[in-house]
Design a protein around this ligand. Structure first.
Ligand code: 1HE
Length: 263
């Protein structure tokens, strides 16, 4: 489903990076139903494989990353419709989290409500210092419905999320990074460039390693330890059996691959 509020562009030396932009700045990139469905379709249809996309960046146009659910659509829904609406968000953000490639969110301005739920479904978050995080659902008499109850506590802990929703607490960029929302904090206006730089780096990894990181790691984290160890071993065996892994290890042993450098 194409949507004028969602733009896809290919970047990188081999067009290997998908840049996805929420492009509804007059409404602060609020996510209406059409936009959330378009996001789902876009991730479902990203071209992968030879010459395809190997990493993605998602960003918002205008002053803010995303103002969350389009509240003008929060009309008279009965319980069943509300359930299906939330499940629609789940399906869309599952495609982001468990799609074909790692997704890096470039954050600035408001990352609130469903916007924070979207950011939480990404694999790396880069925030510039204008970023702020909030869950206004608490004060609007509603609840998170886009997977935030599952994903946000995994980033910042249930206690912080509870506080945000009970008290309306807003985290600024620096405190948000310390709390665990973002992995990178960068100066104003540079989140997109940093995200693109990281995506280019991520795109160079062996696809099976990236697959293991986005599909196996979060599942392993949910498993009891003995099952997690087994899943890890199976994923490790599959990844290392790929010709690309063998070639990369051989290149290192032959002195042809980069060493790890001190940070
Ligand atoms: C919107 C929305 C929206 C802005 N739905 N229209 N999210 C919220 O509760 C956040 C609500 N938004 C805000 O608090 C602020 O708009 C912002 C802090 C994000 C940005 O402030 P600002 O001063 O830059 O913009 P603005 O003047 O408030 O908004 C510009 C326009 O966007 C304005 O419309 P206009 O016709 O008067 O110009 C706003 O009404 C509109 N707008 N945000 C609809 N969210 C799966 S469940 C998820 C549940 C949730 O996400 S609930 C949290 C919703």
């Amino acid at each position: 489903m194409t949507n004028p509020d969602l733009h896809l562009e290919r970047r990188g030396d081999h067009d290997e990076i998908a840049v996805i932009r929420l492009s509804r700045p007059v409404k602060r990139n609020a996510l209406n139903d059409a936009l959330i469905l378009a996001l789902r379709d876009l991730f479902e249809n990203l071209p992968t494989g030879e010459g395809g996309v190997r990493a993605a960046v998602i960003a918002g146009e205008g002053e803010h990353f995303c103002a969350g659910l389009d509240l003008s659509e929060l009309k008279e829904r009965d319980a069943g419709e509300g359930l299906h609406h939330s499940r629609m968000w789940h399906a869309a953000l599952e495609r982001v989290q468990y799609g074909p490639v790692p997704v890096i969110a470039a954050l600035h301005g408001a990352v609130v409500g469903g916007g924070l739920e979207l950011a939480s479904a990404c694999h790396i978050r880069v925030a510039d210092d204008t970023t702020f995080y909030a869950l206004p659902e608490g004060s609007r008499g509603i609840f998170v419905g886009g997977g935030g109850a599952v994903r946000i506590p995994r980033l910042i802990g249930a206690a912080r999320m509870t506080d945000m929703m009970l008290t309306g607490r807003v985290y600024n960029a620096a405190d948000g990074e310390k709390a665990g929302f973002a992995q990178y904090l960068v100066p104003q206006g540079t989140a997109f460039d940093k995200a693109l730089e990281l995506a280019a780096r991520v795109a160079q990894n062996a696809p099976l390693t990236n697959y293991a990181l986005i599909h196996a790691l979060p599942r392993i984290a949910e498993q009891p330890a003995d099952q997690g160890f087994l899943t890890e071993a199976m994923m490790a065996a599959i990844a290392q059996s790929a010709p690309e892994a063998k070639a990369r290890v051989r290149a290192f042993l032959d002195g042809k691959a980069a060493k790890v450098k001190k940070a």
